[in-house]
Design a protein around this ligand. Structure first.
Ligand code: MV4
Length: 457
């Protein structure tokens, strides 16, 4: 096992990694920008290194500074968390060249899944069901039109280098296709420096359901069930839960087995998530994330498996001791992402937290790195923390979520807590009846207009 690791991230995930490392008896090195000198992850780590000024490009994305921090502290391995350098295959290779272990998958697997066309081709080869689409990149408008005709309209044009929804364009008929292709190419070129695009049949009202996997690269892989992440706004997940209100146990085991078998075949060695769209009882793979995800606690709560602990042990070369038979799903978990944003307008609200009181009690977990007196800097994402509740069934989880939200006090900034207080009382949400468009439709119809003045009783 490693003696010392460097945590190349900030906020709640830096703390989450720190906790896993401490339990494994591993010493921790925090890195931080000058904007994060007073951050909790810096206070709790055994050592810390300032790696640059506030802009992420010059600090958390600064590869020479991270290498220097590993060198001067003697860290043997680096955990990238999520975002920043977590899915940068070149970074993983550079670390290897410097004899530092990247706590994540092999660079070849990061690169493979980073190219959404290659990821889909691989998925098909491994027996994973995919959205019907072009067999690879589409080149000319004529070729695209022919493929679209065989798929049937509407179709969606996606960037090969994309993911997370950037550079996607819908074409509802053959007339729309040339413009959709051109716009997708321009956006893809600007965002990723690569204008390769591909086509898929558009699914109109799917849910977003993802499967958590764990592979050791030594012939073992398991799945840890699904997370339903359909409730999102502008490609940002807002609420995640497991099990999905839309699935039953046989469906879960069937898609889970397919994913675990595929990861075993691939020799995948880390935590990973296969993202699917789910419509009319069928799963359609869209992409794979090769990092630990924001919403991983939902899976931890219902399986009892510490995913970051597993990730670190796999990176150290330990075989998976967990077998599929030992993975049991217990109860129901829901996560709310609490952002420093106004609940109705989503306007960012950085600033000083005057008073902080997190909820507690049975089945309540708060993953956050803030504290009373802490100032949220304006330089990074707006996640203040995650409230995760667990209950023996979905109703108990909802009941617990309602009271935990009402107990949560974060004074001095606007947060999205009032949004969740509204959602948890909504009939569609309570009945699990939502798809990927539900939340944006709810907001567009003024779902938060009244509630923006909502005060907890
Ligand atoms: C789709 C789709 C409909 N049909 N692909 C958006 C994020 C990216 N990861 C994939 N996305 C979508 N791909 C086909 N063939 C609809 C979306 C989509 C979406 C997916 C998951 C969660 C929220 C979403 C919101 C808008 C569109």
């Amino acid at each position: 096992m490693f003696e010392k690791i460097l945590i190349a991230n900030r906020g709640e995930i830096a703390l989450r990694i720190l906790r896993a490392a401490k339990e494994l008896g591993i010493a921790t090195v925090a890195v931080h920008s000058t904007a994060d000198a007073h951050a909790m992850h810096v206070k709790l780590a055994d050592e810390s290194v300032c790696i640059g000024p506030p802009p992420a490009r010059e600090s958390y994305l600064n590869i020479p500074a991270l290498l220097g921090a590993c060198e001067i502290t003697g860290a043997e391995a680096l955990h990238p968390g999520y975002g920043f350098l977590a899915e940068n295959a070149r970074f993983a290779e550079i670390l290897a060249d410097h004899h530092i272990v990247f706590i994540g998958p092999k660079p070849e697997h990061i690169r493979l899944m980073g190219d959404k066309i290659e990821a889909k081709t691989t998925a098909i080869r491994l027996g994973i069901p995919c959205v019907p689409g072009s067999p690879g990149a589409v080149t000319g408008d004529k070729e695209a039109a022919a493929i679209a005709r065989t798929l049937g309209f509407p179709v969606i044009v996606k960037a090969a280098a994309g993911g997370g929804g950037r550079g996607m364009k819908v074409a509802r008929s053959a007339n729309d296709l040339p413009v959709a292709l051109e716009m997708a190419r321009i956006e893809a070129k600007a965002a990723f420096g690569d204008d390769s695009v591909y086509l898929e049949r558009l699914l109109e009202k799917p849910r977003h359901i993802e499967i958590q996997v764990l592979g050791d690269g030594h012939g073992k892989a398991v799945h840890l069930g699904e997370r339903d992440c359909s409730l999102q706004r502008r490609n940002q997940k807002v609420w995640e839960e497991s099990p999905s209100p839309a699935l039953n146990a046989p469906q879960r085991l069937e898609i889970g087995e397919i994913c675990a078998n595929a990861m075993r075949e691939l020799g995948y060695a880390s935590v990973g998530t296969l993202e699917f769209l789910y419509e009319n009882g069928k799963f359609y793979f869209i992409e794979m994330n090769t990092r630990i995800q924001v919403e991983h606690p939902v899976t931890e709560m219902i399986t009892g498996v510490d995913l970051v602990n597993e990730q670190i042990r796999i990176a150290a070369g330990s075989p998976l001791t967990l077998t599929q038979k030992e993975v049991a799903f217990q109860g129901h978990a829901i996560e709310c992402r609490i952002n420093a944003e106004h609940s109705a307008t989503f306007r960012p609200s950085p600033g000083k937290i005057a008073y902080y009181h997190p909820p507690g009690g049975l089945g309540v977990r708060v993953d956050s790195a803030v504290y009373a007196g802490y100032s949220i800097p304006p330089n990074y994402d707006s996640l203040v923390g995650k409230l995760i509740v667990h209950g023996r069934n979905r109703n108990e989880a909802l009941m617990r979520l309602r009271r935990a939200l009402d107990e949560f006090i974060i004074d001095g900034i606007d947060t999205t807590i009032p949004l969740f207080q509204t959602l948890v009382r909504n009939a569609d949400i309570q009945n699990g009846l939502y798809d990927i468009h539900w939340l944006e439709r709810f907001l567009a119809l003024g779902g938060m207009d009244e509630a923006s003045a909502w005060v907890s009783p």
